[in-house]
Design a protein around this ligand. Structure first.
Ligand SMILES: [Zn+2]
Length: 127
């Protein structure tokens, strides 16, 4: 069983090949598809060159199937999706919505694993 990522609302799969696919909206209301790397701690981002997201800008992330916002209930600066690993365990993945901010949290029960050099920023609020 491979690692899969899912929308927490409709449970549809967000990963295709080496990408997580999101529909997003920037602060000016412009929408764009954003591809993130499924490797936790890998912050490579793919998007159309016409979709401008300056560093420090907050993006709204939406599920491409059900269009519900993927918002963390632990901190409004974070987005939330689900991950099922190759052993079938299901985790919450919370990651920063701010472009260039590298904060990711892999959570199961009371266990939190952190990724990215900016992870201390929200650690207290995700606990
Ligand atoms: Zn969905």
């Amino acid at each position: 069983m491979a690692t899969d990522f899912k929308c927490p609302h409709c449970k549809n799969l967000l990963n295709v090949s080496d990408n997580l696919v999101f529909s997003t909206r920037n602060r000016w209301g412009k929408e764009g598809i954003v591809l993130l790397h499924p490797g936790l701690g890998n912050y490579s981002v793919i998007m159309h060159p016409g979709f401008i997201v300056p560093k420090g800008e907050m993006l709204d992330f939406y599920c491409p199937y059900c269009n519900q916002q993927l918002l963390s209930e632990r901190n409004k600066n974070l987005a939330k999706i689900l991950m099922r690993d190759d052993k079938g365990s299901e985790y919450e993945i919370h990651f920063s919505r701010i472009a260039g901010q590298h904060s990711t949290y892999k959570i199961i029960g009371n266990n939190i694993e952190i990724f990215g050099e900016d992870a201390p920023e929200y650690l207290d609020s995700v606990k």
